[in-house]
Design a protein around this ligand. Structure first.
Ligand SMILES: [Zn+2]
Ligand SMILES: [Zn+2]
Length: 287
């Protein structure tokens, strides 16, 4: 069995095993060394966030049974995309594809803040009143499907190898569990780590209710793009303990920590309490 066939055959098991291990590790770290006190009862939030996750897994498995890795294998067999057209050493194609996919996810995240129709979906991620490991996979199913379609298009354009796509999918999902952790990390380690990857203290700034803070730190895995394009913010103005997490006017736990109201949130009439959306509508988006 060649490597591509092996990856497709075991993709779900590899991702599920890695996801469960890192989730358990982060959950234990949150109990042993929490960064902030939670505002909402943990069981209630976790039930909602895990419910959204299970729904997303089901939707993706039904709509795209072969997932992104399967798409990469099909692209490779047909010799589509940049890296199948030009002769590039395999290790270089591996690194360049990874970096290209990561900057794409960064740009996509900005689009999900600036385009009102997309921002209504992304608001579900931000409406979580707390910030912990379960926030890392709390995304509206429509956002999940749209971002998968964007990823498919990038895989076709790049001709990204299946192994790269698997590594990238792992980096993205495990990175999301890590950088949403409500965990206390020594400042020295955080400072060194965030030169390469997004750390919890870095991403937490993006979950602030303050417009200039929510409009910063869009990175999901590599931390470079925010520094490079001027959207990097080192810390929240009020400090990590005092900052307010969530969306400014959507603060009812009966809505923010409940499955059905969260799924319906993008379709509710009122949506002008998401600072980026409000800025975009006014045509004066903050930097
Ligand atoms: Zn965001
Ligand atoms: Zn987030």
């Amino acid at each position: 069995m060649d490597i591509s066939a092996y990856l497709v055959g075991h993709e779900a098991a590899i991702r599920f095993g890695a996801f469960l291990s890192v989730f358990a590790l982060m959950a234990a770290w949150e109990v042993a060394g929490p960064r902030r006190a939670l505002a909402v009862h943990k069981g209630r939030r976790w039930l909602t966030n895990l419910g959204i996750t299970l729904l997303n897994i089901a939707v993706v498995r039904v709509l795209f049974p072969t997932a992104a890795v399967g798409m990469a294998v099909a692209v490779g067999e047909r010799h589509w995309g940049l890296f199948n057209a030009v002769s590039v050493p395999a290790p270089l194609a591996f690194v360049l594809s990874l970096i290209a996919l990561d900057i794409l996810i960064w740009a996509q995240h900005i689009a999900f803040h600036r385009v009102p129709l997309l921002a209504r979906r992304h608001r579900v991620h931000h409406a979580d009143l707390d910030f912990d490991v379960t926030t890392g996979f709390r995304f509206h199913p429509i956002e999940i499907v749209l971002s998968l379609l964007i990823k498919f298009a990038a895989i076709v354009a790049l001709g990204a190898p299946a192994a790269v796509v698997l590594v990238f999918e792992l980096a993205l999902s495990l990175g999301s569990l890590f950088n949403h952790g409500n965990v206390r990390m020594p400042e020295r380690i955080d400072r060194v780590l965030r030169w390469l990857v997004v750390t919890p203290d870095m991403h937490r700034v993006h979950h602030s209710v303050e417009p200039e803070e929510i409009n910063s730190n869009y990175g999901f895995f590599l931390s470079w793009w925010d520094r490079l394009f001027g959207t990097y913010r080192a810390a929240p103005r009020a400090g990590h303990d005092a900052m307010t997490i969530g969306v400014r006017d959507t603060r009812d736990p009966g809505v923010c920590a409940a499955l059905w109201p969260m799924l319906m949130l993008p379709f509710r009439e009122r949506a002008d309490d998401f600072p980026c959306l409000r800025s975009a509508l006014r045509g004066r988006a903050s930097p």
